[in-house]
Design a protein around this ligand. Sequence first.
Ligand SMILES: C[S@@+](CC[C@H](N)C(=O)[O-])C[C@H]1O[C@@H](n2cnc3c(N)ncnc32)[C@H](O)[C@@H]1O
Length: 286
Amino acid sequence: MPAERWSHQKTELSDEQFNRWRNLLEDRTGMQLSTERKTFLETSLNIRMREIGCANYDAYYEKLTSGLAGEVEWATLVDRLTVQETSFFRHPNSFELVRQHCQRLYQEQARKHIELWSVGCATGEEAYSLAMVMDDLISELPDRRYYGITATDISLPALSKAREGVYNIRKLERVEPDFSQQYFESYDRGRCRVVPRLKDRVCFAQINVLDLRQAPIRNVDVVFCQNLLIYFQSWRKQDIVTQLAERLAPGGILVLGLGEVLDWQRPDMQRLPFRDTLAFVKRPHA
Ligand SMILES: C[S@@+](CC[C@H](N)C(=O)[O-])C[C@H]1O[C@@H](n2cnc3c(N)ncnc32)[C@H](O)[C@@H]1O
């Protein structure tokens, strides 16, 4: 084991080093790191450097930016640097909006299948909340209807937790008792698991929103993207929101976090007036 692993002392990043790391993070994820988060960056880098026995910031930077080994290491580091805070039904009004919209698609447009996309899904709570809404909705309809959810994130460890679908029971606080009973089963002490009926409807995949142009997702009825773009520069937000809108089917909706994107508009997208939400509908004949 390298000696430096044991003698590793947390050192301060110089301004130049901080800018180099900050630029790397922004180029690869879109996330902007404010100066106030310098200590967070130092701590995260030091923990990881100690784990792999890397002597200093510059050596670690070189490692990360060279070759296949660098790419593998990046997959671990990015998980440590991104904010993955989430919860079930985090913004209830947005889920109510999705429910009402999908109800109209099933009932007024006699749609058999609805496709949804949770962008920046973290550990899966958002995607499973959408699944609960959809399962509950179709259970009320007289004939058989279907839905599918794609849930994507940049972080592989987060996606792997999402696929597992196992959560501490404290996370069910925001879930209606009726839904907790129907959609979760006890797993082990203090933890519960999403029932297969719901889990089978959600497909998790790694997609970096900076690479949306290559993402093979089209004709989605609901794009749900919250608490991801808040960390991005304004021009980048606008670009990503535009690309998300392009993935919508005519009549589909884009649900963002309230106040997350300002001054964004497109002729084929119309703002949806629904209480305390930020959502747009794609004009049916766009
Ligand atoms: C704060 S969580 C939001 C989770 C969920 N959408 C919610 O509102 O509760 C932000 C998520 O965005 C992901 N993320 C950050 N940069 C990303 C990128 N460039 N592409 C895709 N996902 C990204 C993070 O890994 C994290 O899981």
